[in-house]
Design a protein around this ligand. Structure first.
Ligand SMILES: Cc1ncc(COP(=O)(O)O)c(C=O)c1O
Length: 385
């Protein structure tokens, strides 16, 4: 029998959606899948070539170090300085992760005791919640509302929760709402966490996927952030490397030590060949990231224009590869998802799958090419919403 903590994990709504998709495909429907948050584009060639060279080296076939190769951590520090103007000490303020998900899921094991709270946004990437449950903590959800630009209001957190909270997870640019955070908000999050002695765990997985010249802020850019903040980042979305499983955590060196202690006991680091290829990725010319963002920007323009023409309420995102679209009146997000699949063969993700405050929205991932998006919009024109 499963442990109690495993039984406490919420049912994964997305499994049900996958089942719906499978049935449609079996019926012969050409399903257009906007559900997947996984880039359709391949990893840039120069990174793949670096991997080929790295995999040939016998020294890379051994156990890697737990914290990551120093040269990888140096490349991360250079990347942060170049892209965000943030200075990091590669020896103390950077560790390698097996994807940012791994670090996010393990952080509560280092800092949460039985019955402690973590503060997690709603809607959100489900791992903040699940990681807390797996550490026997209690996730306290704070709503992200449209009228607040999908930023939480820290005044809504009861003081007894704030006192017993060990970690607050935030994520900007945000999955699923695609909202972004500016310095004033980030400063208020840092201040809140300093005042309440809470670790601020910022998930910056979409920090480079930005449009129209917009630059997403690292939380480490604001004053005093190094006192309380650990920032999770990843090569997955930035360089189309989701399958490679490499990310990193940066920020407060003491907080990183706790995470590293957990990791030392449960994993043995990232394959060095992957780290070497990632050094090449992080040192790429900035035009590589710009090229990737241009692709999503074009897709975003086509999809948002199409959805608006259909009368749907949707904002043009400045960042992430998601479009967060309000469902028309009379539908829940699951009902609208079913309607789109049944009537148009289009698969989206219902907002409620990310938390109850995701209700009223569906998420389109821009992981399909422009021609497919045009085809989807044409199909939508033919259904009654
Ligand atoms: C908000 C967010 N954070 C973290 C991740 C995990 O990415 P990875 O483990 O590939 O670095 C994802 C993946 O979809 C995500 O959407």
């Amino acid at each position: 029998m499963f442990s109690e903590r495993l039984n406490r994990l919420p049912k994964y709504l997305f499994a049900e959606i996958d089942e719906m998709k499978r049935k449609k495909i079996e019926e012969g429907v050409d399903v257009i899948d906007f559900g997947v948050g996984d880039p359709d584009l391949p990893t840039p060639k120069h990174i793949v070539e670096a991997m080929k060279r790295a995999v040939e080296k016998p020294e890379n076939h051994k156990y890697p170090s737990y914290e990551g190769m120093l040269e990888f951590r140096q490349a991360v520090a250079e990347f942060y300085e170049r892209r965000k103007g943030v200075k990091l000490d590669p020896e103390r303020e950077v560790i390698a992760l097996i994807g940012s998900k791994e670090g996010i899921a393990h952080l509560p094991l280092a800092y949460v005791n039985d019955g402690d709270y973590t503060i997690v946004p709603d809607p959100a990437y489900p791992v903040y919640y699940a990681g807390t449950i797996l550490a026997d903590g209690i996730p306290y959800r704070i709503p992200l509302r449209k009228e607040n630009g999908f930023l939480p209001d820290f005044d809504e957190i009861p003081s007894d929760v704030a006192k017993k909270a060990k970690i607050m997870f935030l994520n900007y640019p945000n999955n699923p709402t695609s909202a972004v955070a500016e310095k004033e908000f980030i400063k208020s999050a840092v201040d809140f966490c300093i005042d309440n002695n809470i670790i601020l765990a910022h998930d910056f997985a979409y920090g480079e996927i930005t449009f129209d010249g917009y630059r997403a802020k690292s939380f480490l850019e604001v004053d005093n952030a190094f006192e309380v903040c650990i920032e999770f980042n990843s090569l997955s979305k930035t360089f189309n490397m989701t399958g490679w499983r490499i990310g990193f955590a940066v920020g407060n060196s003491d907080i990183l030590k706790g995470l590293l202690k957990v990791k030392t006991n449960v994993d043995s680091g990232v394959f060095q060949a992957v780290q070497e290829a990632s050094i090449t990725a992080l040192r790429s010319d900035d035009s590589v990231i710009e090229g990737i963002c241009k692709v999503y920007e074009k897709r975003r323009n086509v999809l948002v224009k199409g959805l608006k023409e259909l009368g749907l309420n949707v904002e043009k995102p400045k960042a992430t590869f998601y479009v967060w679209c309000e469902v028309p009146e009379g539908y829940t997000s699951v009902e609208f998802t079913k309607k789109l699949l049944d009537s148009a063969g289009i698969l989206v993700t219902p907002g409620v799958g990310f938390g109850e405050h995701g209700e009223g929205f569906v998420r389109f991932a821009l992981t399909r090419d422009v021609d497919t998006i045009v085809k989807a919009v044409e199909r939508l024109k033919n259904i009654e919403l």
